[in-house]
Every structure is written in structure tokens, then in C-alpha cells.
Design a protein. Sequence first.
Length: 266
Amino acid sequence: MSIFSSDVFKGQHALVTGATGGIGSETAKVLAAMGANVTITGRKEDVLNELKEEIESKTPNAKVMRYVADLTDTSDRENLVQAAEEKFGSVSLLVNSAGMTGGGILEELTQEELERVMYLNHTVPILLTQRIYKTMKKDKKGSIVNVSSLSGIRGTYGGTAYTGSKFALNGFTQSFALEAIEHNVRVNGVCPGYVDTEMGRNGIRSKGEREGHSFEEQFKIESEKLPTGRITNAEEVANTIAYLLSDAAENIIGENIILSGGSVMR
């Protein structure tokens, strides 16, 4: 459901990482519908192409550039930013949505896996933000939203790597928000619980396997134990991100907004 005006972000440039994932793709659609020029990036070229076509078909005046990049690669990050700025000018809206699950119980966790998860989920958003913030600071304008997780608020079984990376990301959001607001750049985060995306469904499937349930059984269990009785969908997360990016949230900084269907109350 659209809840925003089509010109909220008119003339602004939004960069959405992880646009091949459920939350990233929905966020790109919402921001384009709100008038932003949108750069979408991810590793899967075919998915980016499909997303670009979908946005342009639903929002005829949308301006979308897709750029295939591996954000763990320093050169790819720099080339992405340069290409985006050449196409649409300075990035004033940044959504750090790229991320991954991974790890496992401590006894089985390897150093390689720990570092891989932490690098993509924590280090990469910092380094990309650092690059884009240079221009935001100079322009005295910008808004950033980091896509974290409910796992960054509380521990999870087997979550040493993933949960640790999201706790760290939340710390970055709060710390950087204090620095950036001095230059009129706002920084916030979102912390969804399970979301009905491929990543979310895989998480539910893994939990079901651990507890001896089918995916369908575990999905029902996870839904019914929420006060709302259902799993959050990606568009709801995207709408929250869009709100935080907008001037309607101009006095909100350093917050990590929880979207969990009320699970934190149980």
C-alpha cells in the first residue's frame, strides 16, 4: 500500500545496496515511486535487470540505474559510487541493505566464516557510508538507513556471527548518527524480525529443521506466536525505511526501529 506522495524525493538520488534481496528491492520500488532517482546494486545481474524493468513499468517516469557490484571488493565499491554520481549526481539517500546470514553454534564456527559475515554485514556498510558521506557532509544534506535485524537487539541460538554483526551495525548507526547530524546528515536503522523474504524463509526453515518441524509448520508457529499473528512483509520494512529517509522524520536520529509484529513483548 502506498502511503507517500510521489514527489517527496523529487530530484534526490537514492542508492540502495542489496537490491536483489527482498527488503532492498521493495525499498527501491518505494523510493522510485516517491520521485527519487534510484541506483540499485547487487551481485545478480539478471535480478537487477528484472527489478529495473519492474520499477519502470510501475512508475513510468522513474529513473533507475542498475550496477552489478561485489561490495566486499574495494574497487567495486569505488566504481559503483563513481558511476552512480556520474549518472544522477550526489547521493543524498543511502540504504545499506546488503547483508547475509551465516555462522552457527560456537563449536562449529570457523574464523573464515566469522570474518566473512562480519565483513559484509558491518565493515562494508561503514566503508561505503564513509565514501558517500564525504559528499553529504560537503552538501550539508543526506539521510542514511542501515538495515539491521531484531538479532541486533537480542541474542539468538547459533547467532555468534550473524547476531554479533548486527549488534555491531546498530552500534555504528548510533555512533555515526552523533557525528553526522552536525552536518545535517541523519542516520537511522531498522531492525526487522522475521520478514517474508527468501532470507527470512530460509531462517525459519533452518529453525524448523533444528526443532523437527517442516517449513510450513515452523512458519505457522512463528506467525502465531506474534501478537499480530503474522510475519512482517518486505513492503512494510521498505515503507519504514522511506519514512526515516524523509523530512517527516527530521528529528529522528540514531534510532534502530524494531518491526517484529510485537515479538519483543513476549
